[in-house]
Design a protein around this ligand. Structure first.
Ligand code: ATP
Length: 246
């Protein structure tokens, strides 16, 4: 079953066509990577799905709802979330406080939460569970600014998961991380499989081939192929246009 259907998306910047009549189905619970050379239109596509920009033509259907013109906030409420940037983390707050705030912000009930001790406990429990899901159980009481870069990326993932997304947009989650850190991130993303669909943009091809259930290859604003890692590796057109003949 599709969680996301992109139908004929066109985005123009002046005379340049950044996405060219792009159509794609993302299935519930799958990890779907989008790869392609620099300037292919990956970021433009993610911006259109998240609602940061509106396509000139085409439709975006999320869980059967036409979200093409909805704001980012309205999309998040429906369960379509984009990974936050580290800049959205409150650096002087602890991991648990950052996660609690994100959970409250999504539930939209911060006042009610703080009025009831029971709810406060429930919130704390939820935040602890989330910290554990993102591999930061040991760091609950560390301030965000004390975390290593890779751990901050994990926290960033936690802030997004706090919105309980059905579809998660991850834009280069491994960028700037070391070998060990990217291995950890890879594990965390793999653990999302089946719980939420993930659209992954990542330049680290090893990570993409390990993680993705399916891969779409974007070249000059058009998807030239969609398939499993093996199908994409073997696809002559993809080899020619992007991966290079090895
Ligand atoms: P990279 O891998 O380098 O991040 P990308 O695949 O994400 O590239 P985009 O950033 O989506 O590609 O860019 C697609 C095309 O649209 C490029 O030619 C780019 O120069 C152009 N473009 C992107 N944003 C704008 C903008 N705001 N104004 C004008 N042109 C833009």
């Amino acid at each position: 079953m599709s969680v996301l259907q992109l139908k004929g998306l066109v985005k123009r910047y002046g005379g340049l066509i950044a996405t060219n009549n792009l159509s794609l189905d993302v299935l519930s619970g799958e990890i779907h990577a989008i790869i392609g050379p620099n300037g292919a239109g990956k970021t433009t596509l993610i911006h259109q799905i998240s609602g940061a920009i509106v396509p000139n033509q085409g439709q975006i259907i999320f869980n059967g709802v036409d979200v093409t013109t909805l704001s980012m906030h309205e999309r998040v409420k429906l369960g379509l979330a984009r990974s936050y940037q580290i800049t959205n983390i409150f650096q002087s707050y602890t991991v648990i406080d950052n996660l609690s705030l994100a959970i409250q912000a999504h539930s939209g009930s911060s006042m009610r939460f703080w009025r009831k001790a029971l709810d406060e406990q429930a919130l704390f429990k939820q935040a602890r569970q989330l910290a554990s899901d993102i591999g930061l159980a040991e760091h609950c009481n560390s301030k965000a600014c004390e975390l290593a870069h890779g751990e901050q990326r994990q926290l960033e993932l936690g802030l997004t998961l706090a919105t309980q997304p059905k579809l998660l947009l991850l834009d280069e989650p491994m960028a700037g991380t070391g070998h060990e850190e990217s291995g950890k991130m890879l594990e965390l993303i793999a653990a999302l499989r089946g719980k939420a669909a993930v659209i992954l943009i990542e330049h680290d091809m090893d990570a993409v081939f390990k993680l993705a259930d399916r891969i779409s290859v974007l070249v000059a604003g058009s998807i030239i192929a969609t398939g499993t890692a093996e199908q994409i590796r073997q696809n002559p057109e993809v080899k020619k246009a992007y991966l290079g003949d090895e």
